[in-house]
Structure formats: C-alpha cells, structure tokens
Design a protein around this ligand. Structure first.
Ligand code: C5P
Length: 401
C-alpha cells in the first residue's frame, strides 16, 4: 500500500507547539507529512522546525511557489488534512469559506477527510458564534474534535484545551485507514421508501427521505468501495450527495426485491436501509378510482421480506447483510428491546436500530442508533448526524468482516 500523505495545518494558538509532537507521531506511523502553518502560527513556532520535522518544504502564502498552485496540490495529494490547533478564527473562516492564507485555501480545495482539533479559551469555545460554526462544519462532514478540559494558557482552566497529540494522531490515522478499508469491495445500499400503487395516481407510502441510505452509500464510497444505490423514490436533491455511486431506481417493494436480488449477487456487503412497505394493495386499478360516496376498504397483502431473503443466503453467497429497524417504544418494551428481538428474528449479521417518531429519525435531523448483532448483543450505540452514524455503522461492519 502506498504511503499516506497527511497535511498538518497549524493555526495561531499557543497549542501550536504540540503540533510538532503530532507531526512526529504521524511520521513515526509511516505517513508523509506536509506542514501548512498560518502566518499567526509562525509567530508561535518556526518554519525551520516544521521543515526539519516533516522533511518537506513549508509554504505559508498562496502567492509563494504560485507556479505550483500549492494549495490545490496539497489538497489533491492529501489522504487527510488535520488542523491542530484550530483556533476560533480558523474555524470561523473555514465555515464561511474564507481563504486568505494557504491553509484556508487548502481547506477550501480539499476533497479528502478533514479533522480539526480546536484550541481556545473557554469563553471563545462556548461563544454562540463558535458553537454555531462547529455545528455547521460538522454537518458538512468535517470532523471537528471535542476539546479537553484543564489548564489553558495563563491562569485559566476549563474546556478549550486542544486534545493531546497522541489522541489526535490516533484519530487521524484511523481516518486515513478508513479511506481505503473497503477498497475492492462491492457494497449495495437500499434507500428511500417504497410506494405501493393503488391506482395510476395513488399509492401507500411512508415518510422515509432516503437521506440515511444516501449517507451510507457516500461513506462506503469514501472508504474506497464500489457502490450501488438502490433508491426507492428518493428526491433528486437528496440523491445529489450520492455522486459516484451506481444508481438503480425502484418504486415498489416487489421492484426492490428484484433489484436487490440481482445487485446483491456478487456483493460483499448489503445494507437494507430502505423503508419497505410490509403490505401492498391486493388490487392495483388501471384507472383512477372514482369517489362513490360510500366507505372504502382496501385489502392488503403482505410483501416479501427482502432482508430476510438476503440474510437467508448470506453465508452461501459470502456476503455480509445489514438491516435497519425503525422502532418506537411502548408500555411493554423500549425501542431498543424491540430492536434486539428483531435482530434475533431477522438473521442479518447486524441490525441498526433507530428510534423513530413523527419528528424523530426522518429527514434532515440527527439520529440515535444501536447496532445489534444477530445474537442480540449491542455492539455499538451512537448518536449524531446521519453522516456520522454512517461512519459508525461501517466501522461496525468492518469489525464484523
Ligand atoms: O420488520 P421490519 O420491517 O421492521 O424490518 C426492517 C428491515 O427489514 C429493514 O432493513 C428493511 O429494509 C427490511 N425490510 C425488507 N422487506 C420488507 C420489509 C422490511 O427487506 N418487506
């Protein structure tokens, strides 16, 4: 495997001295490191130190070595960028896309994973401006780490310390490993909600937006997999984020069964994230149903269970199958307890249980998941944006492979 290249961005906080240790640790782990300090960082540590530690030239301004378009080259060649320390100023500028130094230009041009390790005084860290900037950056998939609590510059103490270089290095190396850990694998993800036609214009459907499935497809792509997304009624604006995946569009549960059986043969990992209707109308009228003034009863018949079918043959076909269970709790049991019972019953390798409600779990909102193995053990619990949860889910899948 080729050597990974990591850009270490350094902004102007006192914690900048610790980025020297971070560079040492990354190099010790075998990475090729390029340091990109901001002008303010160079008031804290010297360019010579950074060049000696990385063994690479250090540039600060976009105008230096302009013929080499350094920021674009750094961004294109990097397997990951870590900004440590990330000051409140650099976080804010990154959020707004401001690019008045080489590091900010590099961040703006980056397509690789970006990790930011904030360091600032407590007042600045808890300021609503910073809180909002961090939330926006995280929602865009930038991995803004938490801060440590303890001694700050001067006499102050509290939240705002940069995490220790060892913790940052470990995190960045795991991030880089994730960019390749599904290389050569074929992943099939289903997303969205099926529509079961009543007549040419009406259907029985559900609230699934397809966002979670799209985030899963995206995550699998970013880890190097070849991805097929089987999408049931997912809006184009949502599908946009799945760029680079092979797209198969379906409408009903039976369409999806057919597509999944076809696509899953030869796949290494199948994730059934779609909300598949359990029932469909027995009859689909060829013409629009007329109003009669009478009550109307629609007879429903059960749909095939796609997940169960894929899980049944999984060993023989040599694939790992993951299901989803959107659960609600009641007086008898919690959402998780229902999920654990379902994990035992379904026979998928892993079942991702998430609690849903009218405003919970659907659309563009944070979610909480518990990942349950087929023997009912909870292997992971996590909470956050759907893109973060997608990462957690593929971490669990990797562990299981
Ligand atoms: O049993 P329940 O519908 O809650 O299970 C949800 C899981 O089963 C999801 O992974 C969903 O994609 C899958 N499923 C399926 N075929 C159905 C119903 C659900 O594959 N007919």
């Amino acid at each position: 495997m080729s050597r990974s290249r990591i850009v270490v961005g350094i902004s102007g906080g006192i914690a900048a001295y610790k980025s020297c240790i971070l560079i040492r640790l990354l190099r010790k782990a075998g990475a090729d490191v390029v340091a990109v300090p901001t002008p303010a960082a160079l008031e804290m540590i010297g360019k010579t130190t950074l060049e000696a530690l990385t063994g690479n030239r250090v540039h600060v301004r976009t105008s230096e070595a302009a013929d080499q378009v350094t920021h674009v080259r750094h961004a294109q060649e990097a397997d990951a960028i870590v900004v440590a320390p990330a000051t409140a100023n650099t976080l804010a500028k990154t959020r707004w896309g401001i690019a008045d130094n080489l590091l900010l230009n590099t961040l703006l041009a980056a397509r690789c994973p970006v990790v930011m390790a904030p360091a600032m005084h407590t007042e600045m860290w808890t300021n609503p401006a910073t809180v909002e900037n961090v939330a926006v950056l995280r929602s865009r998939g930038i991995d803004v780490l938490d801060v440590g609590v303890g001694q700050l510059t001067g006499k102050d103490a509290g939240p705002g310390r940069m995490l220790e270089p060892e913790a940052i290095a470990e995190h960045v190396l795991a991030t880089v490993a994730r960019t390749r850990d599904l290389q050569g694998r074929h992943v099939v993800v289903s997303a969205g909600g099926t529509r079961e036609p009543l007549d040419p214009v009406r259907f029985l459907g559900n609230r699934s937006s397809g966002r979670f499935g799209v985030e899963l497809a995206r995550e699998a792509r970013s880890r190097g997999a070849e991805v097929t997304l089987v999408a049931a009624n997912v809006e184009a604006s949502v599908l946009e984020r799945a760029g680079g995946t092979r797209l198969v569009r379906v409408e009903s549960a039976r369409d999806m069964l057919e597509a999944m059986e076809r696509e899953a043969s030869g796949a290494d990992i199948v994730v059934m994230c779609a909300a598949v209707a359990d029932y469909r109308p027995v009859e689909r009228l060829d013409v629009k149903r007329k109003k009669t003034g009478e009550d109307l009863a629609v007879r429903l018949v059960e749909n095939p269970d796609i997940l169960a079918a894929l899980a049944r043959d999984r060993r023989k076909e040599g694939r790992l199958v993951v299901g989803f269970a959107a659960e609600t709790g009641d007086e008898t049991a919690s959402a998780l307890e229902y999920g654990i019972a379902k994990a035992r019953r379904k026979g998928a390798d892993l079942l991702v249980v998430n609690e849903v409600g009218e405003r919970l779990g659907f659309g563009d909102v944070d979610t909480a998941v518990a990942i349950v193995a087929d023997d009912g053990t909870v292997v992971r619990e996590a909470e956050g944006s759907k893109s973060r949860m997608a990462r957690v889910i593929f971490d669990a899948i990797r562990e299981r492979m």
